[in-house]
Design a protein around this ligand. Sequence first.
Ligand code: SAH
Length: 339
Amino acid sequence: MKNIKDYSIESLKEELSKINEKPYRAEQIYKWIYEEKVSNFDDMTNLSLDLRKKLNETFIIKEFKIQKKQVASDGTIKYLFDVLDGNAIETVLMKYHYGYSICVSSQIGCKMGCKFCASTGIPFVRNLSSGEIVEQIMAVERDENIRISNVVFMGIGEPLDNYENVVNAIKIINNPKALNIGARHISISTSGIVPKIYKLAEENIQCTLSISLHATTNEQRSKMMPVNNTYNIEELLKAAKDYIAKTNRRISFEYALAKENNDNLEDAKRLVKLLKGMLCHVNLIPINKIENGKYQKSSNENIIKFRDYLNDSGIVATIRRELGSDIDAACGQLRRKNL
Ligand code: SAH
């Protein structure tokens, strides 16, 4: 059975033509799913019984079950969703002054092997489908009875390693007839899969690209992130520049500060050299300690010094607020839990 939430409106029209149905039916079905939020084709009362029967025979409307829900002291909520095939994924809801932001997973497990991340070391199982990405947002909105305004692809998985499903999910998230979240309120974070950055630049979607840089020399970065052995810092920054030139969008570089690893003034100086003149922003993340991880959080003093040095040198840098760390919901703490 096909998950109906996997389909962009254009592809749903094609799918319906295969069962001899008119394209406008897709609009009606979209309305039932994304506006009325029905979970059953039989509730789509303006469709003929015959069409409802065909839909029941062809599609399912996949809704996750909440396996576990934890609320942090700052209000951040971490969900463990049962994705109905024996696997589970984590999704995090954060409340900011401007609204709700959701951190979605893009894969069950991750292949990237970043040494400081809890999603590492758990075997990769499979990509999430577009509908499973979309459903993370819908399931949280249903559960909390809220409307989410921002989506970040910073949960488990490497979004650019699941390129087609992620780009298609963005089309659904973005569509005014579906979740209607503006592309500028959607961020994709990548560990740096260079060919996919070039490809994304051609898509003509206005989402924000975040690049996990985390280090300023190849030696240092390769130790933290094995992907650097395939695509090094120079290649990565070249792709980033191409992305900026083609999209006119500012890139956000993530830099997780770990004590005595990448947090001293020499690092800050090299970072300025690397990024000088680029349309970018640096997001400093105090590294979150993970089980058995060797990286320790930098001192607050060092983090502030690092930020101030960047800002004084003309590189806009901010420190990411830590949310949800008491329930292991902060950056890099998500993992695929077994049921
Ligand atoms: N695979 C993607 C998205 C998932 S991780 C990527 O690598 O960008 C989202 C962000 O959290 C990335 O910048 C990642 O490097 C960062 N991160 C991972 N582990 C972390 C940790 N322990 N502390 C702080 N940030 C971490």
